[in-house]
Design a protein around this ligand. Structure first.
Ligand code: ZN
Length: 87
């Protein structure tokens, strides 16, 4: 077996619930803090409950799963489903 893969049991041990999955994605996609998916700014973002963030520059409420509006390099951590801000 390749060293780059893990079993389903190992995956569930690493990411046992939705909160852990959200934190994992945020660390991967936003290594320097949350980035607004609409205006791509990170200076005026406030934290809300449940993984929600609000950009005060463009008044958008978003999560790590909100799709980015601008086109850019596709993220390898999400299998190319979203533009990348991390890699
Ligand atoms: Zn914004």
């Amino acid at each position: 077996m390749s060293r780059s893969t893990i079993s389903t049991f190992q995956l569930f041990a690493l990411i046992p619930d939705q909160e852990t999955a959200r934190q994992y994605l945020e660390e991967r996609l936003w290594p320097n803090g949350p980035v607004c998916p609409q205006c791509t700014k990170r200076e005026r973002i406030t934290t809300r409950k449940g993984g929600y963030y609000r950009c005060c520059a463009c008044v958008l409420t978003f999560t790590v799963r909100t799709e980015q509006s601008s086109s850019g390099p596709m993220c390898r951590y999400t299998n190319g489903s979203t533009p990348c801000t991390c890699c």
